[in-house]
Design a protein around this ligand. Structure first.
Ligand SMILES: C[S@@+](CC[C@H](N)C(=O)[O-])C[C@H]1O[C@@H](n2cnc3c(N)ncnc32)[C@H](O)[C@@H]1O
Length: 247
């Protein structure tokens, strides 16, 4: 089943449409996605057999594939119709996929999902209050939100290194004009660690896990040049969190 609320193409939710094919290909093999983000998300998800799991910002569907392989019924939602079309080819017709803007309400009843995954997606939104409130609403009591977001210190240091004066404490836009070797028009919204946590607490979540993990062991063989000068294979790129509804 596919329920589509087509974005009008001008909204930020559809910003991945023009680069969907190239991004999906890069996402499938890159150090950051395939050998770092995805293994960490899989570890946090653990055994998903029999669970009903929503992937918010599912993109081309790599985590949906993992969830289905693990025995979950997975549901995906993303603002890019082009990425959802790629996900559809990967997961088949039985999986529910939705095209929708996460700045708006989620098209699900209260207490629908055992877990929600939101991988590398929240940082495209200026306001996290509304999507987090919606995710909390659709989670069953005792459910979990598994989250990865860009590490706030990395974004700040990168801006400083590029010679930009950046207020770490401000919630600030960052325009990215290339992605996956393509011209792109993406806006990231960077914010401080304390701003993130304040929003988690304000939207009724408790943080039960925070990690800065290393890559999958295979990454060292696959990308030897990246690791050759490093004593420790860990690097800072994303933060990984587990949130549960408070009380
Ligand atoms: C970096 S990709 C991550 C995709 C996937 N979760 C993964 O980890 O491989 C970010 C995703 O967020 C989606 N996205 C960004 N802003 C959105 C919005 N406002 N509403 C819905 N989806 C959005 C993009 O279309 C894209 O699929």
């Amino acid at each position: 089943m596919e329920t589509s609320t087509p974005p009008d193409g001008s909204g930020r939710a559809a910003a991945y449409d023009p680069i969907a094919e190239a991004y999906a290909a890069e996402n499938a093999t890159s150090l950051l996605n395939e050998y770092y983000n995805r293994p960490a998300i899989r570890d946090l998800l653990g055994d998903v057999s029999g669970k009903h799991v929503l992937d918010v910002g599912c993109g081309s569907g790599p985590t949906l594939v993992d969830l289905i392989k693990g025995g979950a019924t997975a549901v995906g939602i993303d603002g890019s119709k082009a990425l959802i079309d790629i996900a559809r080819d990967r997961v088949g017709s039985a999986t529910e996929l939705y095209v929708a803007d996460l700045a708006e309400s989620l098209p699900f009843d209260d207490s629908t999902f055992d877990d929600v995954v939101c991988s590398l997606t929240l940082h495209y939104l200026e306001d996290w209050h509304s999507p987090l409130t919606e995710i909390r609403r659709v989670l069953k009591p005792g459910g979990r939100l598994i989250l990865s977001v860009e590490h706030p210190l990395v974004m700040w240091f990168t801006a400083l290194q590029a010679g930009n004066t950046t207020n770490y404490f401000a919630t600030r836009p960052r325009h990215v004009t290339d992605m996956a070797g393509q011209d792109a028009d993406l806006t990231f919204w960077d914010r401080s660690l304390s701003t993130m946590f304040k929003t988690f607490f304000d939207t009724g979540f408790r943080v039960t896990h925070l990690d800065e993990p290393g890559p999958a062991p295979e990454a060292l063989e696959r990308f030897p040049e990246f690791f050759e000068d490093k004593d420790d294979p860990r690097f800072l790129a994303f933060l990984f969190l587990v949130l549960v509804p408070a009380a």
